[in-house]
Structures are given as structure tokens and as C-alpha cells.
Design a protein around this ligand. Structure first.
Ligand SMILES: C[S@@+](CC[C@H](N)C(=O)[O-])C[C@H]1O[C@@H](n2cnc3c(N)ncnc32)[C@H](O)[C@@H]1O
Length: 330
């Protein structure tokens, strides 16, 4: 098995040893690294091995699609191998990216979500510069690459899904001295970072959790005093503070537990002790935002809604809206 440069020389643990329990985090890593020996993980190694010689000379994080490399930086055979590797790592759910001039148009136009958040942060005067940031459920790291534009002090992505780690790693290792860090870990591991982060992003996660108030409390605990949580959730329309608890699946997605209304999500945040809670955006999800593309050629939103009534999911529940909230640890 090839050796993965998982925790680069610039591992953040030594630098923050006074603030976090490096031994406990090392233990967490030892545990999660077991997934590298799983049978299902083995097909990823040849993809990495075939493209080990490929590095990007240029990057640009200022646009909707993070740009890593240009076509003329690679010989033809390198470009072909890289392109094939991207295909072998499908499906790509979050994007877009521009990689050596290949437009990777993922299932989600995650730029739309990021731009809603970034515009709000801008207006609210919340800067990412020199901040310690967590992206919980970071997937392939799309938002982390976007954050690089603002020069944060530290960005750690947490996501337990091994495929997404390999997608992230396939891109991140192209970049010389990348400052991004990725823990194959979940929101349940956040208590290992007490009073540590300035900003936590938790987007697309809470409705998948059995204990929404519990994870909000955990994130509260790992924010510094005055730190900000940006939470984005699937939700249902309505004025009452209630959450839908679907049987088996919601919009065909298994593992969906509590889908809140706007006021329900605000109440959860209050119960977790957050202050200065502000719902800054909510909208109905549209096909332009989540759809099948050549990089995700499986089912997408249009297959998840009732073909006769787009206000309902295929199971007959209210169709999802998306709710964006800021909350502060005082
Ligand atoms: C709906 S996606 C959201 C991705 C991204 N944050 C976004 O908003 O576009 C959910 C992500 O959560 C990850 N995930 C699954 N279990 C998790 C856990 N226990 N803690 C944190 N993330 C988890 C999945 O691997 C997936 O990448």
C-alpha cells in the first residue's frame, strides 16, 4: 500500500499543542486510519500512484471554481492520466473546480451556497483572515479551497467518508505546501478541540444527525468565546417550531432524522446556549443548484421530488428548503 502524506510536515498538532490534546487527536487518527486497510479503499491507491508526478504550478481561488493548474503545465500523457483519475474518482458531488483547464461541473453548484455565505460574512464584517476555522462535513473540500482566498490561520475539514477524503487528497496534493488539513472524522470528534475555533461551518449536516441539539452543544464547546457558527440545513416550510421526522427516507436520502422549520432550528441553537442568532437566508432548492452532470451521472434532485407536484418529495413530504443561520458563542 502506498504511503499517504496524510499529516504533512506542517501538521498543525505541534503548533497548537498547548491548546488541544494532541494525544487524543492522534488516537482519533489511529482509529480512523484503519479505513486505509479496508478492501473498499484499495481501488483508490492505483489512482494516486498513476498520477504521483503531477503538480500544479498555478492556483487561483478568487472565482466560483477554484483553479488548480493550467493545461500547459502538463505533458499530454500527464494530462490524460490526471483526467482519467478524476473520472475514476466519480461521483463528484461538490464543485465546480477548474483543474488544468478541465471544468469539473459537480452535482451541486456549491458556489451558490458559498456565495450566499460569503456575501453575508462580508456584510456582517466577519472576516476569515487569520482565523482558525473548522468545516464540518467538508466533503471534497470545495469550501476550504474557496476560503484560501482570505488567508485564514488554519482550516481543518472534518468528514468521515473515505471517498471524499481521496477526492480532496487528489486535488490538495497538487498544491505545493497546501495549508489545508483534513481529518477523517465526524462532528462527534469536535469536542477534542475545546474553545479552539474562531469560526465553524456546519453545512448540510444537522438533519443527518440523531441528536441535533447535542451536536450544536458540542460545536458551542469547541468555539472560542465570541466565535461564530455558520449553520446551513435542509428544512421544511412553516411557522411552527417543529421538525419532520421521516420514515426511512426523505427525498430518497436515508439517514435523515430531523428536518426543522426555520424557528425550530433557531430554538435548537438557543437551547445550545448560542446568542445573536440570525437567519440570514432561506430558499427553496432548485434544479439549477443540484442536478446530474457528466461528473455525477446518477440520480439527482429532479428524481427526488414528486413529478406531479414539486412542492412534495417523492415520499409525499414537504419539499426541502435550505436555511442559513449565524450564531455566536458569548
Ligand atoms: C449533504 S453533505 C454536505 C457537504 C457540504 N458541507 C455542503 O454543505 O455542501 C454531508 C456531508 O457530511 C459528511 N458526513 C457524514 N457523516 C458525518 C459526520 N458524522 N460528521 C460530519 N460529517 C459527516 C458526508 O460525508 C458528506 O460529505
Amino acid at each position: 500500500m502506498m504511503k499517504l502524506p496524510l499529516y504533512p510536515e506542517k501538521d498543525y498538532l505541534p503548533k497548537y499543542a498547548d491548546l488541544i490534546d494532541a494525544n487524543a487527536i492522534t488516537k482519533m487518527r489511529e482509529n480512523s486510519n484503519k479505513c486505509f486497510d479496508w478492501k473498499g479503499t484499495q481501488p483508490y491507491y492505483p489512482i494516486l500512484e498513476r498520477t504521483e508526478d503531477i503538480k500544479a504550478l498555478s492556483t487561483d481561488y478568487s472565482g466560483s471554481a477554484p483553479v488548480i493548474g493550467k493545461r500547459d503545465e502538463l505533458a499530454d500523457d500527464q494530462f490524460e492520466r490526471f483526467h482519467q483519475g478524476l473520472k475514476d474518482l466519480m461521483p463528484w458531488r461538490k464543485g465546480p473546480f477548474n483543474l488544468f483547464d478541465i471544468d469539473l461541473d459537480a452535482e451541486w453548484r456549491s458556489n451558490l451556497k458559498w456565495e450566499r455565505v460569503a456575501n453575508y460574512l462580508d456584510k456582517a464584517g466577519i472576516s476569515l483572515e487569520n482565523k482558525r476555522i473548522a468545516d464540518i462535513g467538508c466533503n471534497n473540500g470545495y469550501y476550504m479551497f474557496r476560503m484560501l482566498k482570505d488567508n485564514p490561520e488554519l482550516i481543518i475539514g472534518f468528514d468521515p467518508t473515505i471517498r471524499y477524503f481521496f477526492q480532496f487528497h487528489y486535488l490538495n496534493r497538487l498544491i505545493e505546501d497546501s495549508p489545508l488539513h483534513y481529518e477523517i472524522a465526524g462532528v462527534e470528534d469536535v469536542p477534542l478541540y475545546p474553545n479552539f475555533f474562531d469560526i465553524i461551518f456546519c453545512m448540510g449536516i444537522i438533519y443527518h444527525n440523531q441528536n441535533p441539539v447535542g451536536i450544536l452543544k458540542d460545536m458551542y464547546g469547541s468555539l472560542q468565546k465570541g466565535g461564530t457558527l455558520i449553520i446551513e440545513s435542509q428544512g421544511i416550510p412553516g411557522d411552527m417550531p417543529v421538525a419532520l421526522f421521516p420514515n426511512k427516507r426523505y427525498a430518497k436520502v436515508p439517514g435523515t432524522y430531523f428536518v426543522p422549520t426555520e424557528s425550530c432550528l433557531v430554538n435548537w441553537l438557543q437551547k445550545a446556549q448560542f446568542k445573536d442568532i440570525e437567519v440570514f437566508y432561506s430558499h427553496k432548492l432548485e434544479f439549477k443548484e443540484q442536478r446530474r452532470t457528466e461528473w455525477m451521472d446518477w440520480q439527482s434532485l429532479e428524481d427526488f421530488l414528486d413529478p406531479e407536484d414539486p412542492n412534495k418529495t417523492i415520499e409525499g413530504y414537504p419539499a426541502p428548503i435550505r436555511i442559513y443561520v449565524k450564531a455566536v458563542k458569548k
